[in-house]
Design a protein around this ligand. Structure first.
Ligand code: UDP
Length: 313
């Protein structure tokens, strides 16, 4: 509730008149403007702490489980924490939700498709993952196991659920400037006029979706009866190479940084493998939820740049 997506979601839920509890181990920086809201409560705790988690889930109507380690660098350097939060944490949430018959909205990921070469991916498409000795795959594996648990708890204990597979969501509050996902890293380099670190040839592709678009899809999915028991891709229809992302960013911000190629091995070591192409088929969200992403990359980048500029003064 106090992370990147969660902070935007809390804001919108409050706007809609709901009572919201953000259960989050972070310091609450991203939800600071919401702290005084009469229908909002922030519980600073970890989903690994079962007694507190249990108390909160017992009195909820819907649990939106978005707590996760979702930073590729951490899959490699902290696989244990990644697995504990993303798998053990999810299990805690599901078990308590099932016991209390509370509906769960689960944040899964495009990473569950792994490196399946047949893009764009539909929700029922195959998962093609690499070897377990490559740490990168621990994240997608944990999330896919979480999805299996949703189906299992639904089938055997009647837990209602909806699953969202996020593609590359971006926008204000994503990560600290210079860390985490690709955009905050590129942006810091651009602000300083440093070279943009392009991993490999930059031809690897992603589908970038602006945060407020992604959150609107989540809201539709949470409250729409037809969405129960379903999985939805949340991405934009566009497949963009990381090289083109860098170019679009430079154009949107008027930045002059040169592009510098670095190998994945140099950045991540041996326990990493990149995903060459990643793009969703978003027709299911359109069909069942009447949703599609409407923010252009240009607008989204401009708003993201403005936010980070203000942050760093
Ligand atoms: N990337 C890059 N330079 C950076 C950081 C990331 O070229 O400084 C690439 C990364 O190798 C990947 C893509 O950008 O191909 C997206 O990376 P991100 O970490 O945002 O998440 P992913 O989509 O891989 O989960």
């Amino acid at each position: 509730g106090a992370g990147f997506l969660g902070s935007f979601l809390c804001e919108r839920l409050l706007e809609m008149g709901h009572s919201v509890v953000a259960f989050d181990m972070s310091n609450g920086e991203k939800i600071e403007p919401l702290l005084e809201h009469p229908k909002f409560r922030f519980v600073q705790d970890s989903i690994l702490n079962v007694p507190t988690l249990s108390r909160e889930i017992e009195r909820s109507d819907i649990v939106v489980h978005f707590a996760a380690v979702a930073d590729p660098k951490r899959y490699v350097t902290e696989p244990l924490v990644t697995l504990q939060i993303d798998l053990q944490g999810a299990l805690n949430v599901f078990r308590l939700a099932a016991k209390n018959k509370v509906k769960v909205a689960f944040a899964s990921t495009s990473e569950v498709y792994g490196k399946n070469p047949n893009v764009p991916w539909k929700e029922d498409d195959d998962r093609v993952l690499g070897s377990t000795h490559i740490n990168r795959w621990c994240y997608g594996t944990a999330k896919a196991a979480g999805e299996h648990y949703c189906y299992a708890y639904h089938q055997q204990e009647g837990m209602p659920f909806v699953i969202f597979r996020f593609f590359n969501v971006y926008g204000p509050r994503l990560d600290d400037l210079g860390s985490g996902r690709v955009l905050p890293i590129f942006l810091k380099q651009c602000f300083h006029g440093d070279p943009i670190t392009m991993h490999g040839d930059g031809l690897q592709t992603r589908s970038f979706v602006y945060v407020t678009d992604a959150v609107e899809c989540v809201l539709k999915g949470i409250f729409e009866k037809k969405a129960e028991g379903q999985v939805f891709n949340i991405g934009s229809g566009d497949e963009l190479s990381i090289m083109d992302l860098a170019k679009a960013l430079k154009k949107a911000g008027g930045f002059k940084s040169p592009i510098e190629h670095v190998t994945h091995k140099k950045v991540f070591g041996d326990s990493y493998e990149d995903i060459p192409r990643r793009a969703p088929d978003v027709s299911k969200a359109k069909r069942l939820l009447g949703w599609n992403a409407t923010t252009s990359l240009e607008d989204g980048l401009r708003q993201t740049i403005a936010y980070y500029k203000e942050q760093v003064g």
